[in-house]
Design a protein around this ligand. Structure first.
Ligand code: ZN
Length: 185
């Protein structure tokens, strides 16, 4: 009754490539995870790449890099992309102008110093759009990512790891490059 083979026999004559030799090529690719809507907009609001969170996207205050140095996102996603940023900047600037005007009129209620009020609002109208300009570009790009999700070839998905392990869904993009286990049968 000794018909059992030795459990770990190193059969060194076998080529040993018949086990799962074809599953090594896609083992290092992490699961692609596009950022959530809130995360993309929050990143954009603080002048970071909405896709990956990379900062330092501006060489000067008004000069934005064309692509994210980390994930490779081309920020001008379509022609005319920055029209939305101009729109956001306009809305925000007018809102701040209105707030400043209302507050200054409340503070100087009976006798409005007209010249001073005009001067203040001219200054606000000149400074706020310039200050908000870079924020408007990244913020609009974040909103754009929410409306038009990232496509498969638009970013380096290996750079889009979640920041604090927020969501670990295993089917992040699931279009085209789902990590199918290569069980060669
Ligand atoms: Zn990026």
């Amino acid at each position: 009754m000794t018909d059992e083979a030795t459990p770990t026999e190193p059969d060194k004559n076998a080529p040993a490539t018949d086990r799962q030799g074809s599953a090594e090529s896609s083992s290092a690719v992490p699961v692609p995870q596009p950022p959530s809507a809130g995360l993309a907009i929050r990143r954009g609001a603080i002048k970071r790449c909405p896709a990956c969170g990379q900062g330092k996207l501006f060489r000067r205050w008004f000069v934005m890099v064309e692509r994210c140095p980390r994930c490779g996102l081309h920020f001008e996603r379509i022609e005319g992309h920055w029209v939305g940023a101009v729109g956001i900047n306009t809305v925000v600037s007018f809102a701040i102008m209105l707030v400043v005007l209302v507050i200054s009129m409340i503070l100087t209620f009976p006798d409005f110093p007209v010249v001073e009020l005009i001067a203040i609002n001219v200054a606000v109208a000149a400074l706020v759009p310039a200050w908000f300009y870079p924020f408007s570009k990244t913020l609009w790009t974040g909103i754009d990512l929410v409306m038009r999700p990232l496509e498969a070839d638009e970013v380096d998905w290996t750079k889009l790891q979640p920041d604090q392990g927020r969501a670990r869904s295993t089917d992040g993009l699931a279009q085209g490059r789902a990590p199918s286990t290569d069980e060669s049968g």
